[in-house]
Design a binder for this molecule. Sequence first.
Ligand SMILES: [Mn+2]
Length: 503
Amino acid sequence: MPQDTSMNLGPSHITSSGLLPFLKHARHHFLPTIRNGITTYSPIYVLGNQSADLDSIISAILYSYVPLVNLTDVRGGSGLRRLRPEFACALELAVSSSSSSTASTEGKRDKDGEDGIVQLLKEHILTVADLREGLLSSPDVVNTDAEPKKMGNKLELDCVMVDWNNLPHKTSPQEEQGKGSIDGLSDLVSFTVTGCIDHRPDEGFVPPLGRLPEGSPRVIISGPGSCTSLVIREIRERVLWPVSSSEVHEERQRQHVSEGSEEGDWEVQLAKLALASILIDTTNLTAEGKVTDVDREAASFLTERISSSSPTGGGGKEWDRDSFFQKIQYAKAHSLDWLTVDEMLGRDYKDWTETTPSGDKKVIGIASVVRPLNWIIDKGEDEDDKSTTADDNLKSFLGKLKKFALERHLDVISVMTAFNTEDDGKEERFARELLVWGLEDDNSDALEKFANTAKKQLGLQKWNEFPIEGSHEYSGRLYIWKQGNVSQSRKQVAPLLRRAFTG
Ligand SMILES: [Mn+2]
């Protein structure tokens, strides 16, 4: 399927088979075939950015070929469902609620309850972790005996970038435009970028159009709220959208062809899936400064396709776009509920290595979490599976935090929380908390300095009953504050904390 390079945008593959059959095929033909050292088949991977958000995943699926979900340590199936519940929700709604509903998925649902969607993800979605696993278990493809770091031993694969335009892990020493790799594959694979659609500023990494394979897109336009909108525009401009599918669908319905097949009404499925990321990224087309005409046009085109494919006269209810948006929004808003404390800390985490005036190296890590500390602490209690006092819960949370920090060889771990809160029935307001922990005593002086200088700028206040001047009770020095000045995010706090060590 993906060998057809004459058409470097792949939706024709989806539209000739339907969304789920296409994805299943791609999921099973994701490895290159090499016979006697000659590559006979090499898939083009479509790769979104490392956040693996809805926009990235759905842009990759719409583009076709072999969509690769950029998650390094999550395999398809239950892991993907737990870590990207909003995508699971969007896919499930897109494939199960079309008028000719996919009987096979519904059937699985009846039998295995919740596992229907897990099965759907497992059979249809490929993550970077899956690709790595597949490559490592195919000795023909990857010579695992070779020194992984050495150049020239890596497998060369083509990819199209969507929702980003600059690959990390460049082929050093001399950086070559359009060549690089990604976390989780950098020891095995070198990617050559053969096309790009993105709504971020152009970083000049993707080669100019003239040096890309003929027919490849190089559409890098900052502005649109969602990359999916640009993919849809590109598909339409190339006349690749399945214009006739609704008529085909009606014909099929008359003949009861699609009943019980996995095919469903794939135009509706595709349109719904695309709408999921466009609506989420533009807050249902209302986000000022985010939503552009490209988004509005894509959304109205897709909505129109959905309503004309499922005419209301047929007894079915008219499709409710707002409720579709709200369901996915809800799944996204509750995505943290599925995570362990460790995963929550790792989800939005950054670290820095600083050199002190005496020449020591200090590693400082800051995790940002969009829930209050008490929520994370209580959440941890479920994992511990024993009911304990608030004090013990804090201790248990700190144990997990320490483990997180030690695994990353940190000298200082910090947690910044940001969330909406309602105090005593008053109006909802935005709040922040700041935890800073120097794990060894020798960081205490620098942290005291930080506490003194940051106090005013960050508006630091007492957190619950915790001593405002910090505690020695948990090894090293631990501070937990309410952060009164909520305008100060990690962008401001990180330099302050780093400077306390560099002097
Ligand atoms: Mn995006």
